[in-house]
Design a protein around this ligand. Structure first.
Ligand SMILES: Cc1cc2ncn([C@H]3O[C@H](COP(=O)(O)O)[C@@H](O)[C@H]3O)c2cc1C
Ligand SMILES: O=C(O)c1cccnc1
Length: 341
C-alpha cells in the first residue's frame, strides 16, 4: 500500500486486489503439525490457528512479538432516540478512563501482551441520526476509514480491533441488517442493558433507517457510510489495511464484526485474514458470525466491546503458537509414530 486512499473509489479499488496470504507457509505449517508429538488433530483448532497465522504472516512458525489493540471511539446521533442504557457523554468519559489505564481493556490488553492504542474520532461531533440522514458524508467516511488504516503499524504481528461509542450496537445492528437482510428485531440486542422499551426503540430505529436509505444500502460501503459510525468505519479501514500489510486481525464482538463485515461483501475472501476472538452475548452476534463464516474462539457471555474479547483470545493464539514452535517432532523425541496402515 503506497499512501492512504483519498476517495471512496480508491478504497473500493484496494478491495479488488486483496493478497491471499502465503500458500507455501500454510502448507509447510500444516506439514509441520503432522510431525509433532501428538495424535494428528488432537490440538483441535490450535492446529488450524498455527496454519492460519503461518499463511497471513508468511512464516512457517508465526510469532506474536508485537500485538496491537486498536480501540476506535465515535459518537452517534442516533443516541437521541433513547437506544442506549447510558448517556452519550460516557464515550468521552471512557476514553479518559482508557487513558488512565483503569478500563477493562487496559487490563486485558496487558494480560495479552498487547500494546493499546485508543483513537478518538471527533467524539465531540456526533454522526447524523441515521434514521433521518446518512450518518456521514463521503469525506467523513473516507476520513474515518483512513484513520483506521493509518492506525495499523505495518510491523505488527497481529491487530485486535475494538470500539467505544454509546449507541453503536444500534448502528451495528442497522449495518448487519443492511448487509445480510432482516429487520431491526432480527439484529438488535440489549447493548449496555436497555429494557424492553429500549429494545423496541432500537428495532424501530433500525427499521426507520432501512426504510429511509432503501436500495442505497445494497452497496456495502454506502451502508457503512449511511448507517455506520466513525469508529465502525475506522475498524473497517484498519481491517483492510492489515490485510494489505499481511497482518492477521482479531475481531472483537458484535460491533467490531459488523464494522468489518462490508469487506466480506466487497470481496468473497475479504475477511479471510480475520479471526473472531469471541461471540458476545449481544443478540445477533452469533448469526452475524455465521453469515461471515467465522467461528468464535471464546464464548464467555461477554458483552463489553473495547476489544476486550479480542485481546482475551490472543492468549489462545499464544498457546497455539507455543505448541507449534516448541513441540518436538516424533523423530526428534524418538516417539513411535502410528504403525503403517
Ligand atoms: C461504562 C461503559 C463502558 C463501556 N465499554 C464499552 N462499552 C460498550 O457499550 C457501548 C454500546 O452499547 P449501547 O449501544 O447500548 O450504547 C459501546 O460504547 C461499547 O463499546 C461500554 C459502555 C459503558 C456504559
Ligand atoms: O459485542 C459487542 O461488540 C458489544 C456488546 C455490548 C455492548 N457493546 C459492544
Amino acid at each position: 500500500m503506497t499512501g492512504l486512499p483519498t476517495s471512496i473509489d480508491a478504497i473500493r479499488g484496494l478491495c479488488e486486489n486483496l493478497p491471499s496470504g502465503s500458500d507455501e507457509a500454510a502448507r509447510a505449517a500444516a506439514a509441520r503439525q503432522t510431525t509433532l508429538t501428538k495424535p494428528p488433530g488432537s490440538l483441535g483448532r490450535l492446529e488450524d490457528i498455527a496454519v492460519f497465522m503461518a499463511r497471513w504472516q508468511g512464516n512457517v512458525v508465526a510469532h506474536l512479538d508485537k500485538v496491537e489493540a486498536l480501540v476506535f471511539a465515535g459518537s452517534h446521533g442516533v443516541t437521541a432516540r433513547g437506544v442506549s442504557a447510558f448517556p452519550a457523554e460516557v464515550t468521552a468519559q471512557m476514553v479518559a478512563n482508557f487513558a488512565s489505564g483503569r478500563a477493562a481493556i487496559n487490563q486485558l490488553a496487558r494480560h495479552a501482551g498487547a500494546s493499546l492504542k485508543v483513537i478518538p474520532l471527533h467524539i465531540d461531533r456526533p454522526t447524523a441520526d441515521f434514521t433521518q440522514a446518512p450518518a456521514m458524508d463521503e469525506a467523513e467516511l473516507v476520513e474515518a476509514m483512513t484513520s483506521g488504516m493509518a492506525a495499523v503499524d505495518p510491523a505488527s504481528d497481529l491487530v485486535c480491533v475494538g470500539e467505544m461509542g454509546i449507541g453503536n450496537t444500534t448502528a451495528a445492528a442497522a449495518l448487519a441488517a443492511a448487509l445480510f437482510g432482516g429487520k431491526g428485531v432480527d439484529w438488535v440486542g440489549r447493548g449496555t442493558g436497555v429494557d424492553d422499551a429500549g429494545l423496541s426503540r432500537k428495532a424501530q430505529a433500525v427499521d426507520a433507517a432501512l426504510a429511509r436509505h432503501g436500495a442505497a444500502l445494497g452497496d456495502p460501503i454506502e451502508a457503512l457510510r449511511r448507517v455506520g459510525g466513525r469508529e465502525l468505519a475506522a475498524i473497517c479501514g484498519a481491517t483492510l489495511a492489515a490485510r494489505l500489510h499481511g497482518i492477521p486481525v482479531m475481531l472483537d464482538g458484535f460491533v467490531a464484526s459488523a464494522a468489518a463485515a462490508p469487506l466480506a461483501k466487497l470481496a468473497p475472501e475479504g475477511l479471510a485474514h480475520a479471526l473472531a476472538g469471541h461471540v458476545s452475548a449481544e443478540t445477533g452476534h452469533r448469526k452475524l458470525l455465521a453469515a461471515l463464516h467465522l467461528s468464535p474462539l471464546l464464548d464467555l457471555g461477554m458483552r463489553l466491546g473495547e476489544a476486550s474479547g479480542a485481546c482475551l483470545a490472543v492468549n489462545v493464539l499464544r498457546g497455539a503458537l507455543a505448541c507449534h514452535a516448541g513441540m518436538a517432532t516424533f523423530a526428534e523425541a524418538g516417539v513411535s509414530g502410528s504403525p503403517p496402515a
